[in-house]
Design a protein around this ligand. Sequence first.
Ligand SMILES: Cc1cc2nc3c(=O)[nH]c(=O)nc-3n(C[C@H](O)[C@H](O)[C@H](O)COP(=O)(O)OP(=O)(O)OC[C@H]3O[C@@H](n4cnc5c(N)ncnc54)[C@H](O)[C@@H]3O)c2cc1C
Length: 388
Amino acid sequence: MKSDFTYDLLIIGGGISACVFASKYLKNNITKKIALVEIGRGLGGRSSTRISKRFKGWKLNHGSPNFNISNSKNNLLLKSYIDELLENKFIKIDDSDTFFLNQDLNSDTQKISKFSCGFNYLSLGSMSQLSQKIIESNNLKDQIDFYFETLIVDLKFNDKEWVITSKNGDKFKSKYLICSTNLLLHKRSLKILNINQIPLRKAISINYDKKIDLLLNFLEEQTFIPRLTFLIYTNENYSYKDFYSKKQRYFYLRKNLESKYKFERIIFQKQDNNRLGIVVHTKNIEFFNSYIIAKDKEVFKQKIITNFNKLFEDSSVVNKLTFDEKISIMKWRASQPTGTAVPLSLQFSRKCRIGFCGDWFEGEGFGRIEGSIISALMLEKQMNDLIK
Ligand SMILES: Cc1cc2nc3c(=O)[nH]c(=O)nc-3n(C[C@H](O)[C@H](O)[C@H](O)COP(=O)(O)OP(=O)(O)OC[C@H]3O[C@@H](n4cnc5c(N)ncnc54)[C@H](O)[C@@H]3O)c2cc1C
C-alpha cells in the first residue's frame, strides 16, 4: 500500500553529512518532526560498516575506515564540533601504526595521502556507529523517523511544499528539503534510476532560481572516482608477526607500488573477538573495469591474495594469507567526487526551501569526511539564521 507522510523537514540520505546536519537541527528545533530517507539498510553511507549476514560476527569498515581533519585552525565551527565528538567519546585521536610503503618495500613516515594528513580520528565503535551516535545524541524526543531501504526517485516542488516519491510509490511531504547526496542532482541519476530528466531539474525548471541553475551547472563538471574494496575474513589463527594490539593498522602504497600491486591501501581491522579483518582498497581503473566485465569474480579474489603475499613477502609484521580465506567485494562506482567542487554559497536556496550538504562542496575537505562535516555544520547554521 502506498502512503503519504508529512513532516517539517525531509532529509534524503543517511551518510555522515546527513547525520551531522540532523543532529544539529534537532538540537536547535526541538519541536520539529523530521524524516530521513535512505536507500541503505542503515546509517553511514560511504563511511559505514559491513555487518555480514554470511560471515557472522564480522564488522568491517568497508568505506572510509577513519577520518582526518587537514586544517581546523581556520574553522572554529569545525574545531568545536570535533572537540564535541571527542568529549562525547564518539571518536578518539587515531594513533594507529601507519606505514607508507615505498618502492623498496621499506616504509617511511612522510604522509603521502590526502586521507592521512593533519589530525586523524577513529570512531570508538564502528564507522556506522559513529553516524548513529551523532544523530541519536540529539534525537532525545524521537523527533526523527527513519525510512531505510527506501530509494527516492522523484522530486516535486510547488510554492507550498516539497513532495518526494520513493521507488515503491510512498510520498513524503514537507516545507523544507535537504539533499545530502547529489545523485538526484547529477546526470548519473539518468542511468542509475532509469529516468530521462535529472530529478532536481524536473522539480525546478530553468530560470526559476539562479542558485539552482548554477548548482546544476557546477555539477555538470563533477565526476567520481570508482573503487573496489576487498574484505578479507582471515582464518582463526591468523595474526600479526609482532604483538600489535591497536584496533586498526594502515599500509599506504606509494604510486609505483600502487601501479604494480593495484592496491591503494590496506587496513587491518581488529574485531571484537580479536580476529583480524583486512580491507584492501583499489582505485586502479583498469582493474576496476576488468572486474566489472569479468564473468568469474573469484579470479580477482585469488589475485588479491597473490599480490598481498608478494607485497608482504619480507614484512616483519604481516603474515601471508593462505588462499582459503573468505573474501567479499564492495564495488563503489562513485567513491569520491572529483573535478569541479560546488561553491558553498550554493548550499541553500531560500526561494526553493532546499539545502544541500556532503563531500561534494568546495574546500580542503572536498571528497572526504572533513568536507561532509563542514558542509553539514554550515548548512545548519545558514538555515537556522535564515529561518528564524
Ligand atoms: C572506499 C572508500 C574509502 C574512503 N576513504 C576515506 C578516508 O580514508 N577518509 C575520508 O575522509 N574519506 C574517505 N572516503 C570518502 C568518505 O567516505 C565520504 O567523503 C563521506 O563518507 C561522504 O559522506 P556524505 O554524507 O557526504 O555522503 P554519503 O556517505 O554518500 O551519504 C549519502 C547517502 O545518501 C544515500 N542515497 C543516495 N541517493 C539516494 C536516494 N535517491 N534515495 C535514498 N538514499 C539515497 C546513499 O545511500 C548514502 O548513504 C572514502 C570513501 C570510500 C567509498
